[in-house]
Ligand binder design. Structure first.
Ligand code: CP
Ligand code: NVA
Length: 325
């Protein structure tokens, strides 16, 4: 599927026509601003079609395999429904039930699955495993979250901001909390669309230094400003979008009590958001630990866009699948 993108909404564009067929989606750093704009355009278009019950079965006869090493509500359900709505089929593959869990190599798994499937979505721990899978698979591989990146989530986040604000370039995002996979992907997402981002994290929990370096490189082309700081109030001051995520990600459960102490000053609560723009929106990829990184008053409050954000996983991923597979 080839998508023509327009300059409406201030997207930063490359060449007019975008063709992502056969590509992997492992990290937003690998995509041009024009390619990201095209995914967001198609996501909006497919959302409108779905709401109007206009059929759009562009993946008829295609099958997506979905490998999960970690739990999931949104990613599993939204990818499964996405394939169904696009006329295709999806297979849930629990890592424990695959021979992968008994020592078959990623390379061999990639080669075999490529003979059955049209695409693979994988959620796992090590980012390098997803890169390895993509290297040996002949079909597109989509990253459904690693310890380093969560690119599908950030495309849904950008779609949500675009819907609420009508543009992305020139806005300010504040990310408050752990410099984790979501934070890393937000750095790339903002850099690619020209949105300023200020990340406030305690020392020892800042985003990956190499990711920050690469995002700053990406930001040169779009004019996005990237600040990695410690003070949450400074980050949130003047923000259009306030984002947080859990303090202990999947795989870090043992550190939960320690992290709860370290991150206590980073809670998103009415005091903190009083420094944001009066019309700020609040995002959280979910699941939320209410009372830790965010309080009920904010996540359930009038500025929260988290349910649209969760819904947009479906639409953004439909765009990704329709373009890649
Ligand atoms: N946000 C997100 O990826 O949610 P799940 O862990 O439920 O898939
Ligand atoms: N940072 C969280 C995101 C969950 C969707 C985690 O990795 O657990």
């Amino acid at each position: 599927m080839q998508i023509y993108i327009s300059e409406k909404r201030g997207f930063i564009l490359g060449p007019g026509k975008v063709d992502l067929k056969g590509r992997d989606l492992l990290c937003l750093h690998d995509f041009t601003p024009g390619e990201i704009a095209a995914i967001l355009e198609l996501a909006g278009d497919l959302k409108e079609k779905q709401k109007k019950s206009i059929p759009h079965p562009s993946l008829q006869g295609k099958t997506l395999g979905m490998i999960f090493y970690k739990s999931s509500t949104r990613t599993r359900v939204s990818f499964e429904v996405a394939m169904y709505q696009l006329g295709g089929y999806s297979l849930f593959l629990n890592s424990n039930d695959l021979q992968l869990g008994r020592g078959e190599t990623i390379q061999d798994t990639a080669r075999v699955l490529s003979r059955y499937l049209d695409g693979i979505m994988i959620r796992t721990f090590e980012h390098a495993e997803v890169e390895e899978l993509a290297k040996y698979a002949d079909i597109p591989v989509v990253n459904g979250l690693t310890d380093m990146q969560h690119p599908c989530q950030i495309l849904a986040d950008l779609q949500t901001v675009l819907e609420r604000k009508g543009r992305l370039k020139g806005l300010k995002m504040a990310y408050v909390g752990d410099g984790n996979n979501v934070c890393n992907s937000l750095l790339f997402g903002c850099a690619k669309v020209g949105m300023d981002i200020a990340v406030a994290s305690p020392d020892g929990y800042k985003p990956d230094a190499e990711v920050v370096r690469q995002a700053r490189e990406d930001a040169v082309a779009t004019g996005a400003r990237i600040d990695i700081i410690t003070d949450p109030v400074e980050a949130v001051t003047g923000a259009d979008v306030v984002v947080t995520d859990v303090w202990a990600s999947m795989g870090q459960e043992i550190e939960r009590a320690l992290r709860a102490r370290v991150f206590a000053p980073y809670q998103v609560n009415p005091g903190l958001v009083s420094h944001a723009k009066p019309d700020y929106i609040f995002l959280h990829c979910l699941p939320a630990h209410r009372g830790e990184e965010v309080v009920d008053e904010i996540i359930d409050g009038p500025h929260s866009a988290v349910w649209d954000e969760a819904e947009n996983r479906l639409h953004a991923q439909k765009a990704i699948l329709a373009m890649l597979l």
